[in-house]
Design a protein around this ligand. Structure first.
Ligand code: DI6
Ligand code: FE
Length: 405
């Protein structure tokens, strides 16, 4: 579109968190079309620089639109009964081994058609958007047949068409062993590698693959087969690794150039080093840590020392993190995992975008996509400090204000 037709919008006197840090003084921010076109300290701002722009806001804190880089948002049913069982002392693993857990959501999700899945998932997506999300990753993994995994991925893509949000999709066929493959895990992995991955790629339905590398999931050798198939088909790689035990899943993912290794409570120094060398992001999921009442904190100090970027995500799912409130994740990342508020916010913006292989997102910079949030708070740290819905004044997606009150 010719520049003269671009809507030009100007925000004045905003405190900017640019995705990595808070800028030292109040700023003027100009958006032109779908991009950030200008960013000036207020005291240098010359109105001639933004001639013809409409003033869209004044004051408040501006952050990049939040990036929720790990969710299982699409599913049917709920697991409230299991929550009660866990409160009575039954462990997540015991429930899983007895055929509940992920497999109970698999039964409900297989029984739902696409429209039903869209209808049950949209309110969860809307909750994320109301809390500032402009990009969300959505995994499959509750279908576990070729048809049901593709169904979940189509639903995820449809959600992205129904709402102003970027959706990236991840094929998580290797999430749990479906009952019809009991005792034949290698055959199921062959189905993932030889049918699900090629079909998802062929249909353009997946941006990445993920695996659950765990005693109750898949072994490192099985995960490696999935990574080989993903690499052959040009899909990015992610991992649920070191959540409940240390199997070396993060180092394995790093060996295949993974975008991220997620959970990582049981990660050791060799794994941290492998991630640092490969540029793999550590995605911290404090919601699951909280709900499972875990006590082993991910090795934050080692991740800092090796310079591994830390992202923070909701892990929104019916079992271990039935929570669709990213700002609460920032709070939990600080209170439970001891991140600083700055790290938590970088974890939900710049570093989360890296975990999706989209480093142009999650930043406020000239030329960056204008996915932005304007919050009614005084300083960025308040997002992590207070847990309070309704602080989002404006949500800006591709330069358009999509949520304003
Ligand atoms: N780890 C998790 O925390 C989620 N998946 C996984 O591999 C939980 C999924 C669920 O319990 O439904
Ligand atoms: Fe997960």
């Amino acid at each position: 579109m010719p520049l003269s037709d671009c809507p030009r919008r100007l925000w004045r006197e905003v405190t900017v968190f640019d995705g990595l840090q808070q800028l030292p003084e109040p700023m003027a921010v100009l958006v032109e079309g779908e991009q950030v076109a200008g960013l000036w300290p207020e005291r240098d701002f010359d109105p001639a620089l933004a001639a013809g722009a409409e003033e869209a806001g004044r004051g408040g804190v501006m952050t990049p639109g939040l990036v929720d880089c790990h969710t299982h948002l699409v599913y049917a049913g709920d697991r409230a009964g299991e929550f009660e069982q866990r409160l009575e002392g039954v462990s997540y693993e015991e429930i899983a081994r007895a055929g509940g857990g992920i497999l109970s959501t698999v039964r409900a999700t297989r029984a739902a058609d696409e429209d039903e899945l869209v209808a049950t998932s949209l309110p969860r997506l809307d909750a994320l958007l109301a809390d500032g999300v402009t990009t969300v990753e959505i995994k499959s993994g509750y279908g576990l047949t070729l048809a049901d995994e593709l169904k979940m991925l189509r639903v995820a893509r449809r959600l992205g068409e129904l709402r102003p949000v970027r959706v990236t999709t991840t094929l998580l066929g290797a999430h749990a062993l479906p009952p019809e493959y009991a005792g034949r895990a290698d055959d199921y992995v062959a189905l993932v590698c030889e049918q699900m991955i090629p079909a998802a790629v062929e249909a353009g339905l997946a941006d990445a693959v993920d695996v659950f590398c765990e005693g109750i999931g898949f072994s490192p050798a099985q995960c490696e087969r999935v990574y080989q198939a993903a690499s052959t088909h040009g899909l990015a790689i992610k991992a649920h690794a070191e959540q409940l035990s240390n199997l070396g899943g993060s180092a394995l993912a790093a060996k295949y150039g993974a975008l991220s290794a997620d959970h990582v409570e049981y990660l050791d120094e060799a794994g941290v080093q492998a991630m640092a060398e490969a540029g793999t992001v550590a995605v911290l999921l404090p919601g699951a840590f909280h709900v499972l009442r875990e006590t082993l904190v991910p090795p934050i100090e080692l991740l800092r020392r090796y310079g591994v970027p830390m992202a923070v995500a909701s892990d929104a799912n019916p079992g271990t993190s039935p929570i669709c409130m990213p700002s609460l994740m920032a709070n939990l990342a600080c209170t439970l995992l001891r991140l600083t508020p700055r790290e938590a916010l970088a974890g939900m913006t710049a570093h989360a975008a890296r975990a999706l292989g989209l480093p142009e997102l999650g930043r406020i910079a000239v030329g960056a996509p204008a996915d932005l949030c304007l919050w009614d708070i005084r300083q960025p740290a308040e997002l992590a400090y207070a847990v309070q819905a309704g602080r989002l004044r404006q949500r800006i997606f591709k330069g358009a204000i999509t949520h304003a009150r």
